[in-house]
Design a protein around this ligand. Structure first.
Ligand SMILES: CCCCCCCCCCCCCCCCCCCCCCCC(=O)SCCNC(=O)CCNC(=O)[C@H](O)C(C)(C)COP(=O)(O)OP(=O)(O)OC[C@H]1O[C@@H](n2cnc3c(N)ncnc32)[C@H](O)[C@@H]1OP(=O)(O)O
Ligand SMILES: NC(=O)C1=CN([C@@H]2O[C@H](COP(=O)(O)OP(=O)(O)OC[C@H]3O[C@@H](n4cnc5c(N)ncnc54)[C@H](OP(=O)(O)O)[C@@H]3O)[C@@H](O)[C@H]2O)C=CC1
Length: 418
């Protein structure tokens, strides 16, 4: 402690719990009380030049348009901290929805409280806040596609890559605000420099987001993802990767039944027939439960202003702009998605790249099974319909005789030409 107090020049406060479903007591302890304690320590550091606090662009996600300012929460952080000390768990669970209000989870709420604490208790410090949106794998450094944490979006990609998840609760025209990890780090380092050297009079907040200058639309992401997963498939896929995006309740229910549950039931039936333990329905339900906790973020779009971030870029020398690049204008999303999938495959799933040709062959087999299965289903449906309805029979004979006539005409005209 003595060494920290006497030697620290800059604090980058990144530690946090990032789980959306953290009980409020722990979320407050880790994201609010810990911030308060670190500020207290920082106040005792004579050599401290800057305190940089990492928050999230979603700390005020109940708003559609978010500026680089603090939006106060209705209940003061000090009161929340105090109440967490004496209320029991059952009561906290009961009042959590009321406290978090329009926010979707304890994570975004506790990060907003953390920002308020930074503003109120860091007055005497030289302080800044960085708010990244959804942090993805690296764009350039140390190399493209590096990733080490399984966040929400990576889970969606894995489930899609394994063919388990086809439907996403997204509006195809919405923007997915992804930001590469190295971009966030570069901005945070540059903020550290600017805060320490230029000592702005007021605390500045910097948004690290991509949507306003280089939007990546859900539809584009879905198409890129499907194309990439064909090129770089994940091992042992259950089905061919495919993405459908909708936010309509009826459409979601339909696709969930047809495209998720029906397949899982059929596969489990096949497992039982081959003497194995059924597991697909259970796994699917777990994934759908996880995905449902991300739906709030996947089904909406936000707009963040980035005046401070742009101002900071203009303050850097051309060399620093290159070394600490945080301008995502030139980020190529298609290339980024390819590196994202490669990163997931290599660093998260630890799969062997040499196995790709074999997986591709397996995918071709799955495609043939899919076509065979669908054609059989279609023929059975036609047969049932024809057996029961005179109108269906008439339509069927009309189609057959039309095809026969067309073929006869085609054959006759070829014979005439010959
Ligand atoms: C043609 C047009 C088509 C259009 C379609 C386009 C589709 C393309 C996709 C579009 C994507 C849209 C964007 C979505 C954005 C969603 C991301 C949201 C990110 C918001 C960012 C907020 C900003 C931040 O600051 S976030 C900080 C980082 N935090 C996170 O990212 C979340 C952290 N995670 C959590 O809090 C939890 O995981 C939680 C709450 C989400 C879920 O908890 P739960 O307990 O339900 O799950 P887990 O413990 O994670 O797992 C349970 C269990 O299931 C297994 N499992 C989960 N996922 C998978 C999987 N994919 N595959 C296999 N198995 C899976 C998991 O392993 C666990 O098993 P155990 O055995 O119990 O370990
Ligand atoms: N990932 C994302 O999409 C986004 C993240 N952020 C913010 O960025 C920051 C980093 O997040 P990210 O890297 O994704 O999250 P991680 O969970 O990967 O990292 C969080 C870090 O906090 C540490 N930590 C957690 N609890 C404690 C504790 N009680 N004492 C000391 N250290 C602790 C963890 O240490 P250990 O490894 O030992 O557990 C871990 O190193 C967070 O503040 C988060 O809110 C903001 C926007 C988006």
């Amino acid at each position: 402690m003595e060494e920290l107090l006497s030697c620290t020049n800059i604090i980058f406060h990144c530690a946090a719990t990032v789980r959306f479903d953290e009980p409020l007591r722990s979320a407050v302890q880790l994201n609010v009380v810990a911030t308060q304690k670190l500020l207290l320590m920082a106040g005792q550091m004579p050599k401290l030049e800057a305190f940089i606090h990492l928050s999230t662009a979603f700390s005020n996600c109940y708003r559609k348009h978010i500026d680089e300012v603090i939006y106060p929460c209705p209940v003061e952080p000090k009161k929340i901290i105090h109440s967490m000390e004496w209320l029991d768990d059952a009561i906290i669970d009961e009042i959590t929805p009321k406290l978090i209000g329009d926010r979707p989870n304890t994570y975004t709420y506790s990060k907003a409280l953390g920002e308020m604490v930074v503003q109120q208790e860091g007055e005497k410090l030289n302080i800044a806040i960085v708010r990244p949106s959804i942090v993805g794998p690296t764009w350039q450094e140390p190399f493209p596609g590096w990733i080490d944490t399984m966040n929400g979006i990576s889970k969606i990609i894995i489930a899609a890559g394994k063919g388990l998840l086809q439907l996403q609760a997204v509006e195809p025209t919405n923007v997915v605000d992804l930001i590469p990890a190295d971009t966030v780090i570069n901005l945070t380092l540059a903020v550290g420099w600017y805060t320490a050297v230029h000592r702005p009079k007021t605390m500045l907040i910097y948004h690290s987001t991509s949507g306003h200058i280089n939007p990546f639309y859900c539809k584009e992401m879905g198409l890129q993802l499907t194309a990439t997963l064909e090129k770089i498939p994940l091992e042992k896929p259950f089905r061919r990767p495919y993405t459908i995006g909708t936010t309509s309740t009826i459409s979601k229910q339909y696709w969930n039944t047809v495209s998720h549950h029906a397949y899982a039931i059929i596969y489990d039936f096949y497992l039982i027939l081959t003497g194995r333990k059924p597991r697909m329905t259970k796994l699917l339900n777990r994934i759908l439960k996880t995905i449902s906790k991300l739906e709030y973020f996947s089904s909406q779009s936000w707009e963040w202003t980035t005046y401070n971030t742009e101002m900071l870029m203009s303050q850097l020398s051309p060399e620093d702009q290159r070394v600490f690049n945080f301008d995502v204008r030139h980020l190529n999303w298609s290339q980024y998605m390819e590196n994202y999938v490669l990163g997931i495959k290599k660093y998260l799933l630890k799969e062997d790249m040499a196995g790709i040709p074999e997986v591709k062959q397996h995918l071709r087999r799955l495609r043939n099974i899919y076509y065979f299965f669908n054609t059989t289903l279609f023929l059975i449906a036609c047969r049932l319909l024809i057996a029961r309805s005179q109108m269906a029979r008439n339509v069927w004979f009309f189609i057959v005789s039309f095809c026969y006539k067309f073929l006869s005409y085609f054959r006759a005209s070829r014979m005439l030409k010959a």
